[in-house]
Ligand binder design. Structure first.
Ligand SMILES: NC(=O)C1=CN([C@@H]2O[C@H](COP(=O)(O)OP(=O)(O)OC[C@H]3O[C@@H](n4cnc5c(N)ncnc54)[C@H](OP(=O)(O)O)[C@@H]3O)[C@@H](O)[C@H]2O)C=CC1
Ligand SMILES: O=C(O)C1=N[C@H](C(=O)O)C[C@H](O)C1
Length: 218
């Protein structure tokens, strides 16, 4: 399978290029470094992986018109209108979108969901620590966990941290007053995100048009 990487100059993009170079079953079709490279892109591959920015993903969708290339979207921070455009585009091509491609994230979020169901009286706090230059708003991962753990009338609190070049620390705390339970997922390297995105690409390749998430892979 030949992969086209959109956002190849970025932190995750660089990890993707390194892992594609080592992968026995994947070749690099094209590296689209950034916004200035998109207009001349040829999409010389079998599938596109996008780790850019919401405006970059929008520009990518526009550039992909007329093709049926499958698309793995790692970019986060979409508003409802862009998410609706992605959903519409999934009628024309298979799209897998996930806020967090770390291979342990699905089991992590399901453990948190199970604990929250068992402890409806708990106060829940969803925390994150990321690189200092990431937008201060809650990450896509935190938004996913907040949505997973919200019940009518109860929305988890969030704690946002930005430190150095932290790849990602995600926590779910269930506070019962007299005791608390803390779940923590610590991503040591952005290689974790790239590995999960390539696993998603292998899974998505050959599937029919539709909108998929990494929970469909398990
Ligand atoms: N789902 C997941 O598991 C993960 C998701 N992410 C998400 O992936 C995205 C990229 O993360 P990261 O690699 O750290 O980011 P970086 O800022 O390091 O890289 C972004 C890349 O996208 C390119 N780009 C293309 N079009 C645009 C545009 N219109 N605006 C801005 N940049 C553009 C940039 O190049 P240039 O500036 O030259 O245009 C750059 O190469 C973020 O949304 C992040 O939240 C990150 C890690 C894991
Ligand atoms: O910007 C990042 O680095 C990450 N962003 C994603 C998010 O917004 O959740 C995923 C991962 O947590 C790292």
């Amino acid at each position: 399978m030949r992969i086209v990487v959109h956002g190849a100059n970025g932190k995750v993009g660089q990890e993707l290029l390194a892992q594609i170079d080592e992968a026995p079953d994947i070749a690099l079709g094209e590296a689209i470094g950034g916004r200035s490279d998109l207009p001349s892109a040829r999409f010389a591959g079998d599938l596109v992986v996008d780790f850019s920015a919401p405006t970059g993903t929008l520009a990518l969708l526009e550039s992909l018109r007329g093709t049926e290339l499958p698309l793995v979207i790692g970019t986060t921070g979409f508003d409802d209108s862009v998410r609706a455009q992605i959903e519409a585009e999934a009628q024309r091509r298979p799209i897998l979108i996930a806020a967090n491609f770390t291979l342990g994230f699905e089991p992590f979020r399901h453990a948190a969901i199970q604990l929250a169901r068992a402890l409806p009286q708990a106060r829940i706090i969803v925390g994150e620590v990321y690189k200092a230059d990431k937008k201060p708003a809650a990450s896509g991962t935190t938004q996913q966990l907040v949505a997973d753990l919200s019940t009518p009338g109860h929305t988890p609190d969030t704690e946002i941290g930005r430190v150095g070049d932290t790849p990602g620390i995600n926590t779910v705390t269930l506070d019962l007053g007299v005791c608390r339970i803390d779940l923590t997922m610590t991503v040591r390297s952005r290689a974790a995100y790239a590995a999960g995105a390539l696993a998603a690409a292998r899974w998505l390749h050959g599937r029919p048009p539709g909108l998929y998430s990494n929970s469909d892979m398990f």
